[in-house]
Design a protein around this ligand. Structure first.
Ligand SMILES: [Fe+2]
Length: 142
């Protein structure tokens, strides 16, 4: 195995997308299976409608930056310390993903069902990212 690629298998060296990190440990295996499960349902729902898939994904992609920026903002308020650089970086990331969404909406207009899916995804991912950010950043929240 090529040392530079670490634990990535290189069965098809000519295709960079064929590289795959071999799951090691419990959390890797859970993350891998969860990702495959979500991918299965996404493939089933969107099939070859890649523009629609991108629209829905971009609505989720914009959430972590916004949540991270908000958590940093609230921490800055609690500690009464300036943390503007990190807050702005995360909020810019959220804005960047929102701009991706605006681009993909020009390609594919989401259906009513997809808009419901977006609403459900936001309802799930917003608190999920918020609470996972709190747990991950717990020692730094105070
Ligand atoms: Fe994006």
């Amino acid at each position: 195995m090529n040392e530079a690629l670490g634990s990535f298998s290189t069965a098809h060296n000519s295709d960079p997308l064929s590289k795959h990190h071999t799951p090691s440990g419990f959390s890797d295996r859970v993350a891998f299976r969860l990702t495959r499960l979500l991918r299965f349902f996404a493939d089933l729902f969107f099939a070859k409608r890649y523009g629609h898939r991108a629209v829905v994904l971009e609505t989720v992609a914009a959430v972590p930056g916004m949540v991270g920026g908000m958590v940093g903002h609230m921490r800055s308020l609690r500690r009464m310390e300036d943390n503007r650089e990190w807050i702005h970086t995360l909020l810019e990331e959220a804005e960047n993903e929102r701009m991706h969404l605006m681009t993909f909406v020009q390609i594919a207009q989401p259906s009513v069902l997809e808009r419901v899916l977006i609403l459900l995804a936001q309802g799930f991912f917003l608190p999920a990212f918020y609470f996972s950010t709190l747990f991950l950043a717990a020692p730094h929240i105070g």
